[in-house]
Ligand binder design. Structure first.
Ligand SMILES: Nc1ncnc2c1ncn2[C@@H]1O[C@H](COP(=O)(O)OP(=O)(O)OP(=O)(O)O)[C@@H](O)[C@H]1O
Ligand SMILES: [Mg+2]
Length: 463
């Protein structure tokens, strides 16, 4: 439905009302005669009420309180919560002797108004009109904000990464979906025929489990031998991309932690620089949650930092704190304004209209806009269903699910990654490129300023 401008009538849905009330409201609506209100739908069955409201695309719902079943009002609260998530606001009709329920409802759900029975139909409709117009105006504002945000995102993404694109997936909160998102993103990028390397920057090594990868030297190979050869020997192929993860081995994890954190925090940066020597179109890195020194190193090397957050309020607050803290205590170059994006995970249909609001809250909290680069649906129901049928061996498989797939394909598209250009096999140019990189490396600012034409001396991916 298009509701540009407020010229279109406000759509009112009548839900579980008594027949006398329905008649009164309908005749009052007719006698209003100015076509500012129209009946969007009439629901008399409580079991599927929220779905009916969604289907009728209404602005205001007028609902009777007591007909939502015998479960002490739970049915009503659930209905109102669903309706609110869908967008319309509700006017609830209650009995005078249930006045207390009115306060309770306003506390539990965002009910726009409570009206006592017996109703004055004209008065109820007047309120419906005012509420509906406010809903419309808010919706139009949200749409304008969304369009403006999309334009700003496109502008920011229009600046192509210098050299190979390094995409870091990070978040301070554990279990928020970093590995799930990074592995699915790597897969979606590879589907677009762009060579991609997925690096598991977390000794915890969930990526290997999600991908069902074999134990392999992985990042540890580079730890032992921080050279091109060491790098190549740590790679393994998974499906259609290269994978380089740590090892689910306590000894190695400890060694990794101490070498990366205490002794050589810059080694992980070296690893990414070495990856840049190979013609990957993208290197996707997941980072651990802990506040170790080396966790931050890849961030300063990333062309795109995807900060994972969910619509839950606590996660939004966490994200604001983390981004602010990193910028203040570690350095703004580790969460740079121009390379930081939000990736929203576990989004449900009811969250969709809150997306702009979430981005606004984060922008206000951190003091600059962090554009929303993608939304990934909550795949939980699918996972649960498939697992119960024994069809889903591990979480990697959620990539087979359509909405999930589409979300990652969109994200890969938005990142605008392309196949790297095959370099000219020109000896002098190569030597010059290597020299420039060595000098820049010495200056400690080799990353994003790397010569984009400087690639693998072989110009090929390891087999
Ligand atoms: N969009 C989603 N829908 C359903 N389940 C999800 C989604 N994203 C992540 N999960 C599930 O949440 C759990 C945690 O995800 P994951 O391991 O990717 O998070 P993480 O941030 O890497 O965690 P950690 O901080 O422990 O390393 C996994 O079981 C994963 O299947
Ligand atoms: Mg993880």
């Amino acid at each position: 439905m298009s509701d540009e401008g407020t010229a279109l009538p406000i759509r009112v849905h009548l839900c579980l009302l008594r027949s006398a009330e329905i008649q009164e409201l309908r005749s009052a609506m007719r006698s209003l005669g100015d076509r500012r209100l129209e009946l969007a739908g009439l629901t008399t069955d409580g079991s599927d009420a929220a779905r009916h409201v969604a289907a009728s695309q209404s602005d205001v719902v007028i609902a009777g309180a007591e007909l939502f079943g015998d479960d002490g009002g739970n049915g009503l609260v659930a209905f109102l919560t669903d309706v609110q998530a869908l967008g319309p606001r509700a006017i609830v009709l209650i009995e005078v002797w249930d006045q207390d329920l009115g306060d309770e409802l306003e506390r539990l759900t965002a009910v726009a108004a409570v009206e006592m029975r017996p109703i004055d139909a004209g008065r109820v409709l007047k309120r419906a009109l005012a509420i509906g117009e406010a809903v419309r105006a808010a919706r139009i504002r949200a749409r304008q904000q969304e369009t403006a945000a999309a334009e700003r995102l496109a502008e920011r993404l229009a600046v192509p990464p210098a050299g190979r694109s390094i995409v870091c997936v990070t978040a301070r909160k554990g279990g928020i979906g970093k590995d799930t998102l990074a592995s699915n993103l790597a897969w979606a990028i590879a589907e677009r025929n762009v060579p991609v390397l997925l690096v598991g920057g977390d000794p915890k090594d969930d990526l290997a489990a999600y991908c069902g990868a074999d134990p392999a030297p992985g990042v540890a190979a580079f730890l032992r031998q921080p050279t091109r050869d060491g790098f190549a020997s740590g790679l393994q192929r998974f499906r259609n991309f290269h994978l380089m993860v740590g090892l689910a081995d306590d000894h190695l994890a400890a060694q990794w932690n101490s070498r990366f954190d205490r002794d050589e925090p810059n080694l992980i940066r070296e690893l990414l620089m070495t990856a840049r020597d190979f013609p990957y179109g993208a290197v996707v890195v997941t980072l651990p949650t802990e506040y170790s020194h080396w966790r931050f190193q890849p961030l300063a090397r990333a062309d795109r930092i995807l900060y994972v957050v969910t619509p839950a309020q606590a996660d939004v607050v966490n994200a604001i704190r983390d981004i602010t803290m990193v910028r203040r205590d570690v350095g703004p170059e580790f969460m740079p304004e121009d390379r930081l994006f939000l990736l929203l995970n576990r989004v449900r249909s009811g969250d969709r209209r809150r997306l702009t609001e979430i981005a606004n809250v984060i922008a206000e909290g951190v003091g600059f806009e962090v554009p929303l680069i993608g939304t990934i649906p909550d795949a939980h129901p699918y996972i649960a269903v498939a697992q119960s049928r024994g069809e889903l061996p591990h979480s990697w498989m959620i990539d087979e699910l359509e909405p999930f797939r589409v979300a990652f394909d969109d994200l890969a598209e938005r990142l605008g990654l392309t196949r790297p250009r095959i370099p000219r096999q020109d000896g002098d140019g190569r030597r010059l490129g290597a020299l420039v990189r060595r000098v820049l490396r010495g200056l400690g600012r080799e990353g994003t300023t790397a010569d984009p034409t400087a690639t693998s001396s072989a110009g090929e991916l390891p087999a």
